[in-house]
Design a protein. Structure first.
Length: 486
């Protein structure tokens, strides 16, 4: 695994040097990584990237070449460079498992470590989590639009660099894609790879039917033909049917055809009729060509007869929402006596005001196992499912509800404790299954394509009062809010 310690913003190092010179380098700090605004038209995001975060932290450390380069900048003294050369992560990391649906302002990661170490890891953690969570969320939307059809990730050639292609494909699998065209991702993460042939294959033979016959000879039991090189309905599909009949006479059954251009709704409907009339009702129709969740949803509404979707550019780049916007903010300092002192960032922009203190996220499920709401609490708060639970809107505090007959689950899991890894990463297929299971606990109104219903994410009364007190200081006004539990 690559050592990415130097993949950091320079100001992380200048702050570390400042802490070192001020002799506060061992003071422990608590940071939260979260995102502020919904993305991809969704009310939720899908957590992805934790496995790479673990690899990054486990390999954290400056080598001789790194120290030599930092020395050449003439910004740091030798005592500090010596400290860096001996650095090893000694903190705690709590995180939501990959595949977990998460909502704005909920900590995806909570880092508690000596402040210099906690500061150093900011950039890489944001880079990894922002990218993969964004693509996993986009993939989840695409899969939702496909309504159970096979979805494949086809975006490598349009990804913004090799890492974006590799780990974007990984994230797309987490979000629900069943295969990728990216062979390296398939090798690295043991996921299915898919692909047939391009237009160039057809164009390299004397005729279209010659190209189809050649492909059928090579792959008699996996023959899926791209039919839109010249004329889809007058040439491509009739020639594919001819080859399919020849395959059947030889004892093989064709897989189907792929459409990559034109009016996909009309073309698929006509193609389905032609293949059914020719006796191939089980031959599938795969579509590609600049697809995303909105195009797929529209094609579904038009009655398109498409069985599988190859989604590339708009998925791997999240074209309509190119960044998640995750942030990493200080929320508390831990004193030598163990006391946790909350910290808050105050801004003229209300959405940039942070939530103070060491926090956790609790998901509340009703008696049917469906998600009702999430509650952001201080870490020492305890919820007793045997007692009624009252939650309230943190903006419009008069809006409240009391829940009975429910269960709760804490979403943040220990990953590193005192620098030691205590978490075993599941396989990518297991993460995908976990994501499917988690999303199935959310009613369809939260997952729909257009104007999804807002899911309740509330603050506990204790956290709400702490935030108000820190915002208002001596001018604090007592706001009546329901107690969590009597």
């Amino acid at each position: 695994m690559r050592n990415l310690t130097m993949m950091t913003d320079f100001y992380e190092l200048t702050m570390m040097y400042g802490y070192f010179k001020e002799k506060v380098d061992n003071r422990r700090a608590v940071f939260d990584l979260f995102y502020r605004k919904p993305c991809c038209g969704s009310v939720y995001a899908v957590v992805a990237g934790l496995e790479q975060v673990i690899d990054y932290i486990a390999n954290l450390g400056f080598d001789e070449e790194d120290i030599s380069y930092l020395r050449s900048l003439n910004c740091f003294d030798e005592d500090f460079l010596k400290y860096l050369s001996e650095l090893k992560f000694e903190g705690d990391v709590y995180a939501m498992p990959e595949g977990t649906p998460v909502f704005p302002n909920e900590p995806i990661l909570r880092i508690e470590a000596p402040i210099m170490q906690a500061q150093l890891v900011e950039t890489a953690l944001l880079n990894i989590i922002n990218h993969q969570t964004l693509i996993a969320t986009k993939a989840s939307r695409v899969v939702e639009a496909a309504q159970g059809d096979l979805v494949m990730e086809f975006g490598l050639r349009r990804a913004q660099g090799p890492d974006a292609g590799i780990y974007g494909a990984r994230a797309a699998i987490i979000g629900g894609c069943k295969a990728t065209s990216n062979v390296l991702t398939g090798q690295m993460f043991n996921v299915p790879v898919k692909g047939t042939h391009a237009h160039s294959w057809v164009m390299s033979f004397p005729s279209e039917i010659d190209a189809f016959r050649a492909y059928a000879r090579v792959y008699p039991d996996d023959c899926l033909l791209l039919v839109d090189t010249y004329d889809t309905l007058k040439s491509g599909v009739p020639n594919a049917i001819t080859v399919f009949k020849e395959l059947r006479q030889a004892g093989h059954e064709p897989k189907g055809i792929r459409l990559d251009s034109g009016d996909l709704a009309y073309m698929s409907i006509e193609t389905r009729k032609m293949m059914d009339e020719a006796g191939f009702p089980n031959a599938t129709i795969t579509a590609s060509s600049d697809l995303d969740e909105n195009v797929i949803w529209s094609l579904k509404m038009q009655g398109a007869k498409i069985d599988a979707w190859g989604v590339g550019t708009r998925l791997i780049t999240s074209a309509d929402n190119p960044a998640l916007g995750g942030v990493y903010k200080l929320s508390a300092e831990v004193m030598e006596d163990g006391k946790c002192v909350p910290k808050i960032k105050i801004s003229e922009n209300p959405e940039k005001v942070t939530l103070p203190g060491r926090k956790k996220v609790v998901r509340i499920y009703d008696s049917m196992g469906m998600a009702v709401a999430d509650l952001i609490c201080l870490d020492d708060e305890v919820i007793d499912p045997k007692k009624p639970l009252t939650i309230f809107d943190p903006v419009n505090t008069w809006k409240s509800m009391t829940i009975t007959d429910y269960t709760v689950r804490e979403l943040l899991c220990p990953i590193f404790i005192n620098g030691e890894l205590v978490y075993k990463s599941p396989s990518l297929s297991e993460i995908q299954k976990n994501c499917e299971k988690e999303l199935s606990t959310f009613w369809t109104q939260y997952r729909r394509m257009l104007n999804p219903h807002l899911y309740k994410v509330d603050l506990s009364a204790k956290l709400y009062r702490l935030r108000e007190q820190m915002l208002r200081g001596d001018k604090a006004v007592e706001t009546k809010v329901p107690e969590l539990q009597a």
